[in-house]
Design a protein around this ligand. Structure first.
Ligand SMILES: O=P(O)(O)OC[C@H]1O[C@](O)(COP(=O)(O)O)[C@@H](O)[C@@H]1O
Ligand SMILES: [Mg+2]
Ligand SMILES: [Mg+2]
Length: 328
């Protein structure tokens, strides 16, 4: 019997109560609706006019792709309609979009990367959408900005969608990691796997080798050990260049994904709030680990919404081996 994501959330509500409440599943349904609309556009991207550059730069100084802008508009629209949303923070917008809703109603903050893997859009390689959900702080504890800049440990939920050969939705609300596949015949995400566990050890490392000579010595030594089999076995390498897809493989097969600091970007390339934090929450819920090289990603106190961080995530064995190389 098939179980859709909404039915799964009802079951979670019976089992875990609060963050699986009706309000929360109504919120998540805004994300599943938006990602289904984005998926439909991606499936026929070559037929329409959504490939190529949009002709403007985002706050990161990156050339926006038409699909970046389209996906952002769809997320803002579908989530903005949810009256439980107090603010929306997007990779593509310099400032948060806030709503004049009382703290009793507007209880949630949604932070997202509407289209991850932009450099792969035009070449028909997997891309994705990543999201992180925080609860709005009580007024006495802080305003909306403070509610947005909470550490990753405060996330109430996080997830992503991979638009690949099939469209897969993965999320956690702190009670394990669950995945769903979009069944186009019924237009619903159907349960694929519940309580996913990242293998203790994998066989792949994933890193942009073109940057390797710029990595600090500890990372170069680590990669040498993985390549030459000094970490117990010889690893092979896989790098798609879409974080969401490289992470999804690491979640399923184990291993490690690294985007270390480089001479060009000593603070890292990937963004803490809408790339590293949500994937770190999922990794930890699945038994893996995530660091910035010196500490747990989820414990980083954010200073700004587009803040970058070095990001290493993966199986326990590979992450503990990395820590030894960085300490040495
Ligand atoms: O081309 P590089 O430097 O390896 O960077 C690839 C990384 O950049 C990203 O494309 C950045 O994300 P966006 O596409 O959302 O901007 C990641 O998906 C990917 O892991
Ligand atoms: Mg991204
Ligand atoms: Mg993006």
């Amino acid at each position: 019997m098939i179980i859709t994501v909404q039915q799964h959330l009802q079951q979670q509500q019976q089992e875990f109560g609060s963050e699986a409440s009706g309000t929360f599943s109504y919120l998540l349904s805004g994300i599943t609706l938006a990602t289904k609309i984005i998926e439909a556009k991606i499936r026929t991207a070559g037929l329409g006019d959504v490939l190529g550059a949009f002709g403007a730069e985002n706050v990161q100084g990156e050339q926006q792709q038409k699909l970046d802008v389209y996906a952002n508009q769809v997320m803002l629209h579908c989530l903005g309609l949810r009256d439980t949303v107090a603010a929306l923070v997007s990779e593509e917008d310099e400032e948060p979009v806030t709503f004049d809703r009382s703290p009793e109603t507007g209880k949630y903050i949604i932070i997202f990367d509407p289209l991850d893997g932009s450099s792969n859009i035009d070449v028909n390689v997997n891309v994705g959408t990543i999201f992180s959900i925080h609860k709005r702080l009580p007024a006495a504890e802080g305003d909306l900005d403070a509610s947005i800049l909470q550490p990753g440990t405060k996330q109430v939920a996080a997830g992503y969608v991979v638009y690949g050969p099939s469209t897969v939705f993965v999320y956690t609300a702190g009670n394990g990691v669950h995945s769903f596949t979009l069944d186009p015949t019924i237009g619903a995400f159907v349960t694929t796997q519940e309580n996913m566990k990242m293998p203790e050890q994998g066989q792949y490392y994933s890193v942009n080798e073109a940057n390797a000579s710029q990595f600090p010595a500890g990372y170069q030594e680590y990669l040498r050990q993985l390549r030459e089999g000094e970490a117990g076995k010889a690893y092979s390498s896989r790098y798609i260049g879409s974080l969401v897809a490289d992470f999804h493989r690491t979640l399923l097969k184990g291993g490690v994904f690294l985007y270390p600091p480089t001479a060009k970007q000593p603070g890292g390339k990937l963004r803490l709030l809408y790339e590293a934090n949500p994937l770190a929450f999922i990794a930890e819920q699945a038994g893996g680990m995530a660091t910035n090289g010196t500490g747990r990603i989820l414990e980083i106190e954010p200073r700004g919404i587009h803040q970058r961080t070095p990001f290493m995530v993966g199986s326990r064995f590979e992450m503990e081996t990395l820590a030894k190389c960085l300490e040495a």
